[in-house]
Design a protein around this ligand. Structure first.
Ligand SMILES: Nc1ncnc2c1ncn2[C@@H]1O[C@H](COP(=O)(O)OP(=O)(O)OP(=O)(O)O)[C@@H](O)[C@H]1O
Length: 340
């Protein structure tokens, strides 16, 4: 029972004639944070809309806390939503924005006061109750949106790219805030993102979606270290991923003879830029671009199979742009992929 607080079973979701999500099944334990990760258009938001009750599935069921909610109206699901646009009421103070849902539910004055104050403290906005949204930074507005969602104590909180409008520093700050809140309040969360780092940092489990289906599901370290398909590998930073064709590494513009025996199970092989050796090796390419990143230097190498990205410590000998360079894609640094 513990494993299916939220259970999606064979969900199919369509807009008119076009199917956006097909035969999707997964389950969350109570208190778990699951990240839905995938490229634009893979069906993340559509899945969230169905869980929230904003669209009716073509097929399949959604259960929450043991109850079939597939056709329960959105406002009776006990599901909170936080989207990337904060959608605060501009003319209401921070306090009133957070109080809104409680008042709708008929909470009394003292209860509203107590719960809003607690929610604002939870998101680090204790001194901001009387401000208007326009007098807040983007990160603070997003915190208000979060407080507004948690104040009604939803059974489940859905967050759809909640940090994507924030700058890099704020994103990091909010990411750890969210993580703390989730631990402290024990809220079950589904978190949509197309940012790999965000998914890995926040989630207990990551679901990688591709074209309306689940491509791989597992704990962050398993997805990061052992992607099972070339699609997931590329998402997890194996930027140099080649399919295997006749024992060769096949890229967009040709093929490379690998210089080792390709494992028989491999349908593709992937290397992170840090695993590519440059300055020596069986292959020859030309340095097309050099970017100094501080700790490391990133090289873009033109090769017969297409571009290869390599990253070397900044202290290593440099290879100037425009020059030929030898490089190696060693089997020891490769991720062996059994699916494209
Ligand atoms: N209102 C709509 N009407 C018709 N098709 C839609 C509608 N909304 C989404 N789609 C289609 O459904 C598919 C899934 O879209 P969805 O918004 O769920 O993707 P996503 O993974 O959330 O993408 P993004 O990261 O860009 O938000 C896409 O092919 C999209 O074009």
């Amino acid at each position: 029972m513990s494993d299916d607080f939220l259970a999606l079973d064979r969900l199919t979701l369509a807009y008119g004639g076009s199917v956006a999500v097909e035969d999707l099944s997964f389950a969350l334990a109570k208190g778990e944070l699951v990240a839905l990760l995938g490229p634009s258009g893979c069906g993340k938001t559509t899945t969230m809309r169905a869980i929230a009750g904003l669209m009716t599935p073509r097929g399949g069921t959604i259960r929450l806390g043991g109850r079939d909610i597939t056709r329960v109206p959105a406002n009776r699901r006990g599901v909170g939503l936080v989207f990337q646009s904060y959608a605060l009421f501009p003319h209401l103070t921070v306090f009133e924005n957070v109080a809104f849902g409680l008042r709708l539910r008929g909470a009394g004055r003292a209860e509203v006061e107590r719960r809003v104050t607690a929610a604002l403290a939870n998101v680090g906005l204790a001194g901001f109750a009387t401000r208007l949204p326009r007098a807040l930074s983007g990160g603070q507005q997003q915190r208000v949106a979060l407080a507004r969602s948690i104040v009604v104590e939803p059974e489940l909180l859905l967050l759809d790219e909640p940090l994507s409008n924030l700058d890099a520093r704020l994103r990091l700050e909010m990411r750890s805030e969210l993580s703390r809140l989730q631990r402290e309040l024990g809220i079950t969360m589904v978190y949509v993102t197309h940012d790999q780092a965000e998914a890995l940092a926040l989630a207990d489990r990551v679901i990688v979606m591709r074209a309306g289906r689940i491509e791989q599901m597992g704990p962050p370290d398993a997805i990061y270290e052992a992607p099972t398909s070339a699609f997931v590998a590329r998402f997890m930073g194996f930027e140099n991923t080649f399919s295997i064709s006749d024992g060769h590494l096949a890229g967009p513009s040709g093929a490379l003879a690998p210089g080792f025996a390709v494992p028989p199970v491999a349908r593709a092989l992937g290397w992170r830029p840090q695993a590519v050796v440059i300055g020596q090796g069986p292959h020859e390419g030309r340095v097309a671009g050099v970017s100094y990143l501080g700790q490391t230097v990133e090289y873009l190498i033109d090769t017969p199979a297409g571009p290869v990205k390599a990253e070397m410590p900044a202290g290593a000998p440099r290879h100037p742009a425009g020059q030929p360079v030898r490089f190696d894609l060693p089997l020891s640094g490769a991720c062996v992929l059994e699916r494209e």
